[in-house]
Design a protein around this ligand. Structure first.
Ligand code: GLC
Ligand code: GLC
Length: 650
């Protein structure tokens, strides 16, 4: 920060507050709280806005603009939300009782109004946070399952109204469940009113998007860009004859689908208007906002247009505005990029939470190879986060699975990263001899050979294959494998994130090919409808998937009683067998040791310290121990063990 910035900050703050005060003469008392919050945030805001737009003659106008947007949103928070802001605490980030789940409202229960009825099931899994896929208005044809937003102010009609969504969020909160919604920061839908205005030639809104009259500039950008959806032909630009241009149309920047128009944050007008939409979502009553596709927010010629410093600054500004308007709300970053870049998006002054694609993909690696060395590497070297931040650890999401380990990590183990990724894809689509994966290839890149995989957790992890064989032993083995994976998710790092339905072992849903809006995106394969009848059946049973359901429930409840999981950091233990992964969480006061056999054969594990295995209730001594296929040991120090077992009913 330069001298002039620290001198200017209070002066600017005062002037802006005077203007805001004039517009809301009867809110002076309430605005004092906002003014107090602004005091410590004005300098960083000024600095960051200046980093992005300081060269503009109208810089001061935009600076005032973002603060006014925050003040307006602040004034719109109702009594309940204001109380939450006053009580805001970050304790839940490290609380072992925090468990996330995700679902599509329609596929879970139908409509917003039905959401509160799901609370009982959510509670049985220990869920405290529910991420609902984007419920907003979208273009015809489905709009990427909601990730093409036509308006944040209007909901997708089959789901219900904005009022109903607000009510559902409030009712779930009363049940102890916080709602998380998306903010699709990188783009809008082709039929958002900004895009519609741009089509009609409105100069202001044209400047919201990246549009080119011919191929000159796109061709300069293209060689540096990664193709996100290669099935589209490797082009990040879409020719739109409906946008008036000199040659009867314009090329529009579309990183994802052609109907998802990238926004140009180099234009401060975009930042101000997107901040307004973000804070509208915040004021629906959510406790966390998932910032979609964070790496892509800033474009610069000659760069990959991913992970640029300016993208971070945009997020930091948005975070400051959320702190001003709604300090109880946190941001989650979705950055599925190189491990080093992933963790850069997770900062106390940016997004406090981030998905952990490295642990996710190396768990799948261990399952396919029965070799835990890459997983050990990611636990040992890839978990450090800034203070006050947290990972979301997951096994799969609504998206495809990519092989997100670092090339250098694989090479350090003597593994050829590209060949290994090809193997993993082959394995999970069932094309490798003896494999049990039942997935589909997603978006194979013909140039680089890169490919991702679609499929539900259960189908990829062998339950579908086993169910077809109708052999009970094979089904049991698949269930044990899936439970072992859940154990890693629940104990290795961060907050566990469940995809609702995975605890039932829901298999691939091939019916998407019959639905015209879904047929050409096979991620719908792994977004099955939740099966409430099956839930009741499984609850009544004891075998196969019933054991999966009760096991996941037990695991999530077990977490609650394990203070060791509240501590950051994980120490990988030495093992003699590559199939076994072992690690220690916590400290000398609260210690938890996990040992898992990630293979379908017997293995020998090494236990560092004696303690009580919470799964079996048996005391395990230090030293070598024999592990059956996918056997899991969750060993607590004696005192913690006794407490945790008393909390969990089996
Ligand atoms: C995110 C979403 C994904 C979507 C993409 C474009 O990565 O998770 O489903 O396709 O962004 O919005
Ligand atoms: C890429 C993007 C990620 C997106 C996914 C969708 O992995 O990095 O943001 O979710 O593609 O398939």
């Amino acid at each position: 920060m330069t001298d002039w910035q620290s001198e200017a900050a209070p002066v600017v703050a005062e002037r802006i507050m005077a203007r805001v005060g004039e517009r809301h003469p009867n809110k002076t008392k309430r605005l004092r709280t906002f003014e107090e919050r602004l005091e410590s945030r004005m300098s960083p805001l000024l600095e960051k806005m200046h980093d992005l737009y300081g060269w503009r003659w109208d810089f001061a106008w935009w600076l005032e603009g973002v603060i006014e947007v925050a003040a307006d949103a602040f004034l719109r928070r109702d009594k309940t939300l204001r109380r939450l802001d006053a009580e805001a605490s970050l304790d839940w980030l490290n609380d072992p009782a925090t468990v996330w789940a995700m679902a599509y409202t329609d596929r879970l229960c139908g409509r917003f109004a039905d959401l509160p009825e799901t609370a009982e099931h959510l509670r049985s899994l220990g869920v405290t946070h529910l991420h609902l896929m984007p419920p907003f208005e979208r273009p015809e044809g489905g709009g990427d399952g909601g990730y093409a937003v036509a308006s944040y102010r209007d909901m997708h009609p089959p789901l219900g109204t904005t009022v109903e969504l607000r009510e559902a969020i409030a009712r779930l909160r009363d049940e102890g469940i916080q709602v998380v919604l998306d903010f699709v920061a990188n783009h809008t839908a082709e039929n958002h009113f900004w895009a519609e205005a741009a089509k009609k030639g409105d100069e202001r809104f044209r400047a919201f998007f990246l549009m080119f009259p011919d191929r000159t500039q796109p061709e300069e950008f293209l060689p540096h860009l990664r193709s996100i959806f290669p099935d589209r032909g490797g082009d990040a630009f879409t020719w739109r004859p409906d946008v008036a241009g000199p040659d009867g149309g314009m090329w529009v920047w579309t990183t994802f689908y052609g109907y998802q128009w990238d926004l140009d944050y180099r234009n401060p007008d975009v930042l101000v208007e997107m901040a307004r939409e973000l804070l509208f979502v915040v004021n629906l009553g959510v406790s966390v906002v998932r910032m979609d596709a964070t790496p892509f927010l800033w474009k610069k010629l000659g760069s990959s247009c991913e992970n640029l410093e300016e993208a971070h600054i945009v997020l930091q500004i948005l975070d400051l505005l959320v702190e001003l308007a709604a300090p109880s709300v946190e941001l989650l970053s979705e950055a599925i990029v190189h491990p080093d870049d992933v963790s850069r998006f997770v900062r106390a002054d940016e997004c406090r939470l981030g998905y952990n694609p490295v642990v996710m993909s190396t768990i799948w690696d261990a399952v396919a190879t029965r070799d835990t060395r890459l997983l050990r590497m990611s636990l040992e070297h890839r978990q450090v986060l800034a203070e006050g931040c947290q990972w979301l650890t997951y096994l799969r999401s609504h998206d495809d699975i990519g092989w997100g380990f670092a090339d250098e990590d694989a090479e350090a183990l003597g593994i050829d990263p590209q060949a290994h990724r090809r193997f993993l894809t082959d394995f999970y689509v069932g094309e490798f001899p003896g494999s049990f994966g039942r997935g589909l290839r997603f978006q194979q890149n013909p140039v680089t050979g890169d490919c991702r995989v679609s499929g539900t957790l259960a189908s990829l992890a062998g339950l579908e294959d086993a169910a077809e064989s109708q052999e009970l032993a094979a089904i049991d083995m698949a269930v044990d494998r899936i439970l072992a994976m859940h154990t890693l998710m629940a104990t290795s790092s961060g907050i566990p994130l469940l995809y609702l339905g995975d605890a039932l072992g829901l298999l691939n849903d091939r019916s998407y090919v019959e639905r015209i809006d879904e047929a050409d995106d096979n991620r719908w394969l792994h977004r099955p409808f939740f099966d409430w009848a099956m839930l009741s059946r499984l609850e009544a049973g004891t075998e196969g998937q019933s054991r999966l359901l009760s096991g996941v429930r037990r695991l999530m409840q077990m977490r609650t009683g394990l203070p060791a999981l509240a501590r950051a950091g994980v120490k990988v233990t030495d093992q003699t067998d590559v199939a076994v992964i072992g690690y220690v969480r916590g400290d000398s006061e609260h210690r938890l040791e996990i040992v898992v056999n990630m293979s379908d054969r017997d293995a020998t594990g090494v236990v560092e310290s004696r303690g009580l295995d919470l799964w079996s209730g048996r005391t395990i001594g230090a030293g070598l121990c024999r592990l059956t296929p996918y056997q899991v040991l969750v060993i607590a120090g004696d005192a913690d063990g006794a407490e945790a077992t008393s909390m969990v009913r089996t």
